[in-house]
Design a protein around this ligand. Sequence first.
Ligand SMILES: Nc1ncnc2c1ncn2[C@@H]1O[C@H](COP(=O)(O)OP(=O)(O)O)[C@@H](O)[C@H]1O
Ligand SMILES: [Mg+2]
Length: 257
Amino acid sequence: MNALIEFKGFNKFFGEHQVLKDIDLSVRAGEVVVILGPSGCGKSTLLRCLNGLESAHSGQLRLQGRELLDKATDWREVRQQVGMVFQSYHLFGHMNVIENLLLGPLKVQKRERREAQAQAEALLARVGLLDKRDAYPRQLSGGQQQRIAIVRSLCMNPQVMLFDEVTAALDPEMVKEVLQVIQGLARDGMTLLIVTHEMAFARAVADRIVFMEAGRILEQSPPESFFTNPQTARAQQFLEKFSYVENLPEKLIKELS
Ligand SMILES: Nc1ncnc2c1ncn2[C@@H]1O[C@H](COP(=O)(O)OP(=O)(O)O)[C@@H](O)[C@H]1O
Ligand SMILES: [Mg+2]
């Protein structure tokens, strides 16, 4: 089994505070892993370490077999392989959609405009926003801006995409359109690491649920067994806060699939 991503004995401190503790996590190419856990347990920090936005303290972190916790690592290059989308989308307000999308491919990757533009337009069409090609971010809804932010990341042809609570700041009616885009990527076989509080979505999209608490991974299970029969009391308590997952998801699962 070749892991695309591999954390081993991975530790991270903020000052004296250890926020990631002995993390072992490996993700195969094409796998969809959803990370769940209470606020402050280290989910964002884990994703940010993989993207070089935080530095690690000790342990191993490999991407396609290459050790990243090495002084020689060029994080600018790694970030092209590891796309990340956050709760806030940070599109450039003075640039229209297509300019936002082409910035990375042209400036960072030095690609040819025609080829990059064709890809950007194909991806825009895929998320249902080709007609917004020349719009400015302020003319778009939050859900539309978030879909553009996802496309912007995809335009770099990453090996893996990280999603950190990408629907948390959206109005409820816009959540679904963003989750459907992620579901589509999952179905296409893209490797995804997803942090979300949308439990029905997590259950529908994940190949594996990773449950964290206080900086540790407490449980890794297939979604059905995690949601119906969590192995730890902490996971059970966590799920009780989302008790609707017991009966609601069928409908949403259908809508998303
Ligand atoms: N830049 C930072 N400096 C100091 N502490 C931080 C920083 N970022 C996060 N933390 C702390 O690290 C812990 C994990 O945070 P985070 O990864 O954001 O958790 P989650 O995403 O699961 O809510 C929390 O205790 C948080 O307060
Ligand atoms: Mg977070």
